[in-house]
Write a protein that binds this ligand. Structure first.
Ligand code: GLN
Length: 283
């Protein structure tokens, strides 16, 4: 069978299961097996695939047909130009989160030796990317999940990032002060967690569930972060659709200044950035 024929059949089967980009996913799976670029495969009507390649492809396809996320099957995601390994222990890094990470890197540009805390680090994508982009920064990755932290440690080692790790519930073992605290916390309202896209349901619930209204983590971070920030330090967080006003309100009522909301590629409110100047810092 040629790649073109195989992919056509696979895409049809994936479409029947409601997979959003069936042709793309099929070609990425076959590319993973053959190491031939996906587009070449889609146009290839000549090459005869080896039985072993077809067998390996069919077994990956069977997983995708159950709506297992493509990224877990391929085991990697490209984030900020780095290959992160992902598995069901961690949330799959999203492109929007690159914007949050870029914002942090920009803020740290002229800062000699800043201390950075990445809360709810998951795969470590945010903190590790910051550490790689800002060699002078001392970055700590923290997560409540030991499993997630193991995945983050593996990513840091693979990518050669020198970072520190903390296991604990948000600021439980934090040893600041930090010049920048960054987080993409769980922010989906608990009741919505049952009706997510099948792929998202395979991601760790712990990484998604933000409590009744989705704001539990923002409440805690806004309240607890000032004690762990250096004066003038930054807090950057990803937020969910429709949460910007509530999160801004939480930040200002906890003494943050310069609080702004930023949009993502789809023009949805996706990030907040605020600063904390301690009352002593004002004297
Ligand atoms: N920081 C990780 C990410 O942005 C994990 C986030 C989380 O688990 N909520 O992908």
């Amino acid at each position: 069978m040629t790649p073109c024929q195989l992919l056509r059949n696979a895409a049809r089967a994936l479409a029947q299961q409601g997979v959003p980009d069936p042709a793309v996913d099929a070609s990425l799976l076959l590319s993973h097996v053959t190491h031939i670029p996906p587009l070449s495969l889609r146009l290839d009507m000549d090459t005869l695939l080896a039985d072993e390649e077809i067998r390996r492809f069919e077994s990956l396809l069977a997983r995708r047909l159950t709506r297992e996320p493509l990224q877990y099957i391929l085991s990697t995601v490209l984030f900020m130009g780095h290959e992160f390994r992902v598995d069901p222990r961690v949330l799959i890094p999203r492109p929007e989160t690159e914007l949050l990470t870029e914002m942090a890197i920009q803020l740290l540009e002229n800062h000699p030796g800043p201390r950075v805390l990445d809360l709810c680090t998951g795969s470590g994508c945010i903190g590790i990317s910051i550490a790689l982009a800002c060699p002078g920064a001392r970055v700590t990755l923290s997560d409540i999940s030991e499993d997630a932290l193991a995945a983050a440690k593996n990513n840091a080692a693979q990518l050669g990032a020198e970072v520190e790790f903390l296991q604990g519930d948000l600021f439980e073992h934090a040893q600041g002060p930090y010049d920048l605290i960054i987080s993409n916390p769980p922010y989906i309202p608990a009741s919505d967690c049952l009706n997510l896209q099948p792929e998202v349901l395979r991601e760790p619930r712990l990484a998604l569930d933000g409590g009744c209204d989705g704001l539990d983590f923002y409440r805690r971070i806004a309240r607890e972060a000032p004690a762990h920030l250096s004066s003038g330090g930054w807090l950057l967080m990803e937020i969910g659709d429709g949460q910007s006003e509530a999160v801004l309100q939480l930040l200002t009522s906890n003494g943050f200044t310069d609080a702004h909301v930023y949009r993502d590629y789809q023009q949805l409110d996706r990030m907040v950035r605020a600063r904390y100047v301690s009352p002593e810092g004002l004297c």
